[in-house]
Design a protein around this ligand. Structure first.
Ligand code: PHE
Length: 356
């Protein structure tokens, strides 16, 4: 019977060496398959006597059962190993931090706009919003801008469909049209309150106009410091006795509060705008910090032109005022030390989340 014992141990060894189910099935075929060693042994019994067949057959069966048991055992072991591998591969690390819902926050330019509104609000300025698609009248004509002014060219201004030749529509190139829109409403309201039904220029009494108008503006312009869409904030103060001195005081106070810097200084540099006369660019200079000593332009300004006062419906003999237009994007860059305007509008969360 040693031949049977040898076969059983050879089968056990072969099964143990099979490391995949496929290898195991191949090994099984060697012993239990149609031409496997056990099958051969059975065939070899033909020549034996009936008695010998009985005992040999029983012994072969015992051996066969051992081989089958070894096979089952190995099959189970391989299946277990595979399951373990799979469990490991799909393991959930419950100690990993969960995915959190990101907390949103205001855009840095929105933070600046809020800050501008709060500061001017504390000085008694109203906050007004107006349309981004404007008429040529409010954006240019009412603001004393001549027909042939370069700003009106297609090269500088985005015109949009829907207007007429006489009344083209465009994306507002500045927030200055809000000077007219707001003042016209203001005058209408107080003219009615004063019982004045006339159509001429208003020379009656009314509360001063004091308003800022922040919002988006558009120009055909794009580089590190210019974006085709950018922000402006208009300011307008009109009354019977408003002077350049008031503009200087208000804007200086605003800049010092905005930048939290009492030793910040301003320079009013003569300039030109069709809707103000005289006009000035406003530059600021920090006393300390990385930008100390440099003049930085932050706004255009000036005394409202008499023609513009008229287009507001007011008598320029009685009413006078000043206006300014500043760039909140620029103010944001200066406040946070950002050197590329495009970062504000790329929408990269790594940049934006630094302001939360
Ligand atoms: N609208 C001007 C600009 O966009 C700025 C400005 C506003 C100048 C009000 C004077 C008065 O450049």
């Amino acid at each position: 019977m040693t031949d049977l014992n040898d076969i059983v141990s050879a089968a056990s060894t072969a099964f143990a060496q099979a490391n995949t189910p496929a290898d195991l099935e191949n090994a099984k075929a060697l012993f239990l398959g149609k031409s496997g060693r056990m099958t051969e042994l059975m065939k070899g019994m033909v020549a034996l006597s009936v008695e010998e067949k009985k005992s040999r057959g029983a012994a072969i069966n015992v051996a066969k059962q051992s081989i089958e048991a070894a096979l089952t055992h190995r099959r189970q072991a391989l299946a277990d190993a595979e399951l373990q591998l799979q469990l490991q591969a799909e393991a959930l690390d419950v100690t990993l931090p969960g995915r959190q819902r990101g907390a949103g926050g205001l855009h840095p330019v929105s933070l600046t706009l809020e800050r501008i509104e709060a500061i001017f609000g504390s000085m008694g300025f109203d906050v007004a919003q107006g349309p981004e698609i404007e008429t040529d009248w409010f954006n240019f004509t009412a603001l004393n801008t001549p027909e042939d002014h370069p700003a009106r060219s297609m090269h500088d201004t985005f015109y949009v469909e829907g207007g007429t030749d006489k009344a083209p529509l465009l994306l507002r190139t500045h927030t200055s049209p809000m000077q007219i829109r707001y003042a016209v409403q203001h005058v209408k309201k107080y003219r009615a309150a004063a019982g004045d039904a006339s159509e001429g220029l208003f020379a009656g009494d009314m509360p001063e106009i004091r308003v800022i108008a922040p919002g988006r503006t558009y120009r055909v312009d794009s580089d590190a410091t210019h974006s085709p869409m950018f922000h402006q904030c208009e300011g307008l103060w009109v009354g019977e006795n408003v002077s350049f001195k008031d503009l200087k005081f208000v804007f200086t106070d605003f800049c010092r509060t905005f930048f939290e810097s009492d030793d910040l200084v301003l320079r009013f540099r003569p300039s030109f705008f069709p809707f103000t006369e005289p006009s000035a660019e406003i530059d600021i200079q920090f006393a300390s910090g990385p930008l100390a000593g440099r003049w930085l332009e932050v706004a255009g300004s000036g005394q409202v032109h008499p023609n513009v006062i008229r287009n507001m419906g007011l008598d320029p003999e009685k009413y006078i005022g000043f206006a300014f237009g500043m760039g909140p994007d620029r103010l944001t860059m200066l406040r946070y030390g950002v050197n590329d305007l495009r970062l504000f509008f790329d929408g990269d969360i790594r940049f934006l989340s630094q302001f939360q």
